[in-house]
Design a protein around this ligand. Sequence first.
Ligand SMILES: Cc1cc2nc3c(=O)[nH]c(=O)nc-3n(C[C@H](O)[C@H](O)[C@H](O)COP(=O)(O)O)c2cc1C
Length: 334
Amino acid sequence: MQTRITELFGIEHPIIQGGMHMVGYAELAAAVSNAGGLGIITGLTQGTPENLAREIARCREMTDMPFGVNLTFLPAVTPPDYPGFIEAIIDGGVKIVETAGNNPAKWLPLLKEAGVKVIHKCTSVRHSLKAEAIGCDAVSVDGFECGGHPGEDDVPNWILLPRAAEELSIPFVASGGMANGRQLVAALAMGAEGINVGTRFVATKDAPVHENVKQAILDASELDTRLIMRPLRNTERVLINAGVQRLLETERALGARITFDDIAAEVAGVYPRIMKDGDMDAGGWSCGMVVGLIHDIPTVEELIDRIMAEADEIIQQRFGRPSASAPKRLVETA
Ligand SMILES: Cc1cc2nc3c(=O)[nH]c(=O)nc-3n(C[C@H](O)[C@H](O)[C@H](O)COP(=O)(O)O)c2cc1C
């Protein structure tokens, strides 16, 4: 399937694997790229530019196909070594960067000079337009359903995507809640040029995370995610567990008086405990409502093949011929 996104990134299928902290290692990124999608290594997970350089080299050993690196720009007292990470990306010959979080304008000239294409993740039309204005090549439009940080506007993809289509000139992919071929077709119908997938890729054989994480996704339904850190205006959608319940009780009890320190035990340093140790009650980890649509643990290749086959079948069966209810004169001129 060809779209503006497959052309932009030189990939076979319009499926991107979004950056995921402590999930987006070389193994997963290479598996996605080898299956014809766009795999993404999560930059900050590597901790230092030197480690990121090694991870890029490792990924290159596993795939000849294009892959990217995610750089998440977070407000931080001591910011990560972003110039060092960007140098590692450019020196490593990576030509695609997924940015997320704060406005990436400051870093675009460096990336553009090195011929790197930038796709910025946005949770609103206004942020998407900003990304377009500062020179990003594409955006990932991340609806309210998404795992991770949906922003503070709470607009689901059924509205957000067609709104993005009304306003944007650069191509965009639909992000948040994506798991199957029917959603890919719906995303295309709403103006997107492909899909960005997070949670669904965690529940694959290739995701290098503890088996308990995959089992928790299988066991969960679409009712099992919660929004945390809303009072801090840093909302995150996570899977419910004992730690998250404790955190929500603290939020209820403290109301507007809450500070990050009050919930640090349930959010800081939780990822290694979840992803490596499989301690599923440790606290908040990003997870989308799409868990309700996840019923198996295929390889990445099986999943991508399945999504594409399902999408092709729907396109053939439903759209292969003009709708019977279309006015006759339109059918004749089609
Ligand atoms: C476990 C996990 C960790 C994530 N970590 C990051 C991250 O570090 N940076 C980022 O930009 N997005 C991160 N995301 C968001 C994904 O890239 C993607 O935008 C989101 O998962 C899409 O929604 P979905 O989960 O419904 O597919 C994470 C998502 C998950 C599930």
